[in-house]
Design a protein around this ligand. Structure first.
Ligand SMILES: Nc1nc2c(c(=O)[nH]1)N[C@H]1C(S)=C(S)[C@@H](COP(=O)(O)OP(=O)(O)OC[C@H]3O[C@@H](n4cnc5c(=O)[nH]c(N)nc54)[C@H](O)[C@@H]3O)O[C@H]1N2
Ligand SMILES: Nc1nc2c(c(=O)[nH]1)N[C@H]1C(S)=C(S)[C@@H](COP(=O)(O)OP(=O)(O)OC[C@H]3O[C@@H](n4cnc5c(=O)[nH]c(N)nc54)[C@H](O)[C@@H]3O)O[C@H]1N2
Ligand code: SF4
Ligand SMILES: [Mo]
Length: 756
């Protein structure tokens, strides 16, 4: 039997796309719930057609599947409804007809030969990955994970997922895993990325609510970008800054002279992790000089304690920690508190990826609150999200928060969600999951024995990634569900589930400014790859809990279930009928309650807190702070350089599984790993441009080509995260409140590679 199945798998492998006769034979041989589910999704078998509704006059639209800017792309379709080309959508309120190189080339990664086209299962005897059909794959999935669960309990299987699939899929996964399969621990790569902002907002505002709209970039007098390289990471948001007609001051706070810093009006070359000391010193000056807004302060609580605390943070005492002079700090403090000026604070990974990111983010929130820069045009304490659906994951993934902007800890939330989903209340745990790093640690300790990885590539992207390879040996069963079978994580798997990618499925993303937009299926997925949504349906049925999710028939049905769950929450979107309405309105920012009415539908860009009412029980924002801590691993005699990491070019995306598949994008970035080295350091080390150097940390080493540039200060080096070696060096330290990894600073040593 096994041989037959394997042969069938091989048939699929070798003959993709399948001929219709082979498909119908396959379907006939495999009737029952599995087949019914496969049939539900026309177009999955290579030759299917895209539903007619997606083809108005030969074009349709989709939100880009890379960054959280959320540009809308116009897809040009052939007679069969397949996208053959695309262009940025003119008139969409986000990108106004623009797109960056990744957006323009978004179709390229779909055609790669490295696509996972059939499930692959590791053969116990040979250790090789063998193509199998869906039934065998599902059988292995269910048998192996059930066995682990039965032997070791509900804490022994975990999943790690993503901010890059539609939220309907994220919600299905989170609900299936916790309420259907009955496991507890799950997290996503949003922990690597947004956990700090989530925690900061939740604690300060009472809900994870980025308050701004992109229009604020254009309406601000002083734009402060902290640890944010917009020109590379959010190029279209930089274009929005460039549209600002108020002649704004643009201040970039970053240890590196990034592309954005070079284009700004002022670059504050901060010492790595000098953010919290600097922000407190600025606050000290502003409070000392009374450059505050009484009305806004009246809407806060905790100021008295803060006043006492901030006395210790004079600019004089913070020079050492920030690398700045008293004059520089005083002048910056005046600029960000100029009466009558609209000041907006924006931050990204330079802040979030830190051992004290939450407090640094809250230090900006505090500054906005005390200077009255919130709830008004051109203001805000604004976290820019990273992945296309990071915000969707925050509201709907059912990992850290209970689906729909709820909390696992509150009985009334659990009751509401149980009723809304029509599932037994006892299926909803009151405990929260372990965070990502705790899941990894539990796997290392042998407590977690089964791991399911969906749309993320931690064997490349996780901090101190060398640990994952060692951990691999400890896992009884590792499942990776990805578009490609060649990612570092997929290659480590026991079972690879082939997933459809962006462009091959429907659903919604939520961008940085809380705007919900739709994506469309405009391509069949290759081989027998299925959308993640369909894979979760198949797993639900195979696991025996399909009945619980009977109403989750397709993404839009799931959307409606999720929409109804948000009723009465800050993220209430009950005013949305469905996908067609979202498209008609040009994307819709949450909240959008039933009561929003037509007035709200015409207000295309909305910010929160215009009424000064926050989501805390008192309605007031909380001022939160704690003393800055020491860097977990700073440069020393043996490891004299501070290693910074981040995005390299606008054409590279994370672990490069997608962007490396585009011929055009590949021409736009360096193929080999390079390290930015200050000219003085290069001279001292005796290295020239393009010389190979070994970079070693206490955890691992790599060889990179030298790129001599004054963009980094002496004593610092920068490595782009897109090369798999980089995270072998990073130091596994975490913010205590958000458990976000501290990717951006650790100690390394550089040595010239001696040629024989
Ligand atoms: N082209 C491209 N665009 C992307 C992505 C991509 O992979 N490629 N990824 C997307 C995702 S998921 C994310 S999260 C965003 C990330 O967007 P960004 O956060 O803007 O990008 P990074 O380069 O990771 O980090 C920003 C800056 O933080 C600086 N930094 C390092 N340490 C410190 C510090 O201690 N303090 C301060 N103030 N700054 C510091 C770095 O020098 C770097 O220039 O980009 C999104 N957009
Ligand atoms: N040193 C260092 N490390 C970092 C960072 C840093 O600044 N420095 N940044 C961190 C940040 S902010 C982030 S967000 C992470 C990103 O880290 P990852 O999430 O690991 O990176 P990606 O390459 O985006 O991985 C996404 C995976 O999902 C697959 N995929 C894409 N679409 C789909 C789909 O629709 N379905 C399925 N099933 N699979 C799909 C892709 O092929 C890819 O393998 O990296 C983190 N790592
Ligand atoms: S800026 Fe972001 S959303 Fe816009 S096209 Fe580029 S990657 Fe896509
Ligand atoms: Mo991210």
């Amino acid at each position: 039997m096994r041989g037959w199945k394997r042969a069938r798998g091989l048939l699929f492998w070798g003959s993709v796309p399948l001929i219709p006769a082979a498909i119908s034979k396959f379907l006939k041989q495999h009737s029952g719930p599995l087949t019914a589910d496969l049939v539900l999704e026309p177009g999955n078998f290579g030759l299917g057609k895209v539903p007619k509704r997606l083809m108005p006059a030969g074009t349709t639209t989709s939100i880009c599947g890379f960054c959280a800017t959320g540009c809308q792309l116009k897809l040009h379709l052939d007679d069969e409804g397949r996208a053959i080309n695309l262009s940025p959508q003119a008139g969409y309120p986000v990108n106004l007809g623009m797109a960056c190189p990744k957006g323009w080339q978004a179709l390229d990664p779909l055609d790669s030969e490295e696509r996972a086209k059939v499930p692959l299962l590791r053969d116990a005897e040979t250790g090789k990955m063998v193509p199998v059909g869906w039934e065998e794959a599902l059988d292995a999935f269910v048998t192996r994970f059930k066995k682990i669960g039965e032997e070791h309990g509900r804490e022994s299987v975990a999943f790690l997922s993503t901010g890059q699939i539609p939220f309907e899929e994220m919600a299905f996964l989170g609900c299936l895993f916790k309420f259907g399969m009955g496991f507890l621990h799950c997290d996503a790569n949003t922990r690597q990325c947004m956990a700090t902002a989530v925690t900061a907002y939740k604690q300060s505002f009472g809900f994870d609510a980025p308050p701004y709209s992109y229009a604020d970039f254009e309406e601000s007098d002083v734009i402060v970008l902290v640890g944010s390289n917009l020109c590379i990471a959010h190029p279209i948001l930089w274009q929005r800054v460039m549209r600002n007609k108020r002649n704004p001051q643009i201040i970039v706070i970053d240890p590196r002279a990034t592309e954005t810093a070079q284009a700004a009006t002022r670059h504050v070359k901060l010492k790595p992790k000098g953010d919290l000391p600097l922000l407190y010193a600025l606050t000290h000056c502003i409070l000392r000089d009374g450059r505050t807004d009484a009305e806004s302060i009246a809407r806060t609580e905790g100021l008295e304690e803060f006043l006492e605390f901030i006395g210790d943070y004079s600019p004089e005492s913070m020079c050492e920690r920030t690398g700045m002079s008293v004059e520089e700090i005083e002048s910056l403090a005046r600029t960000v508190s100029e009466p009558g000026k609209r000041v907006s604070w924006w931050w990204t990974m330079g802040v979030n990826q830190s051992y004290e990111g939450v407090r640094a983010a809250q230090a900006m929130i505090n500054l906005a609150l005390i200077t009255g820069n919130i709830g008004k045009p051109g203001t805000g304490a604004n976290s820019i999200t990273g992945q296309c659906n990071a915000m969707g994951s925050r509201l709907f993934s059912n990992t850290t928060s209970l689906v729909g902007g709820h909390d696992f800890a509150y009985p009334e939330h659990r009751e509401k969600v149980a009723a809304g989903l029509e599932i037994p209340l006892e299926n909803i745990p009151s405990e929260t999951s372990l965070a990502y790093d705790q899941i990894i640690a539990a796997a290392e300790e042998g407590k977690i024995k089964g791991l399911w990885i969906i749309a993320t590539n931690p064997f490349h992207s996780w901090i101190d990634s060398g640990r994952l390879e060692a951990l691999r040996e400890k896992l009884d069963f590792l499942v990776v569900q990805d578009m490609y079978h060649t990612t570092e994580s997929a290659q480590a798997a026991d079972l690879v589930l082939p997933a459809a990618g962006w462009g091959e499925k429907d659903g919604c993303f939520i961008n940085s400014e809380r705007r919900i937009g739709t994506l469309k299926k405009v391509r069949p997925s290759p081989g027998i790859a299925l959308s993640d949504f369909r894979i979760f349906r198949l797993i639900a049925n195979a696991w025996g809990c399909g009945d619980l999710f009977a109403k989750w028939t397709d993404p839009e049905a799931a959307f409606r279930i999720l929409r109804d769950l948000t009723k009465g929450r800050p993220c209430d979107i009950t005013g949305l009928e469905g996908y067609e309405m979202i498209d008609r309105l040009g994307g819709v920012q949450w909240p959008f309650p039933e009561t929003a009415g037509d007035g709200a539908t015409t207000a295309r860009e909305r910010r929160l807190f215009e009424d000064g009412i926050y989501y805390t029980p008192s309605g007031k924002a909380k001022i939160l702070f704690s003393p800055p801590a020491e860097m977990p691993e700073s440069a020393d005699k043996d490891y004299p350089f501070t290693l910074l990491t981040g995005r390299g070019t606008s054409s590279q995306w994370h672990t490069q599984s997608r962007t490396a598949k585009s011929d055009i994008l590949r021409k736009l970035y360096p193929q080999e790993i390079y390290v930015e080295v200050n000219p003085a350091d290069a001279a001292r080390l005796g290295v020239k441009e393009h010389d190979p150097v070994t970079i070693r940390s206490r955890r691992g080493e790599l060889v990179a080509s030298v790129y001599i540039a004054p963009t980094v200060s002496a004593g610092q080096v920068f490595l782009p995260m897109h090369y798999p070696e980089v995270n072998r060096l990073t130091h596994p330290s975490f913010d205590p409140h958000s458990r976000q990894p501290n990717y951006k600073a650790c100690a390394v040593v550089l040595e010239k590679v001696r040629r024989n």
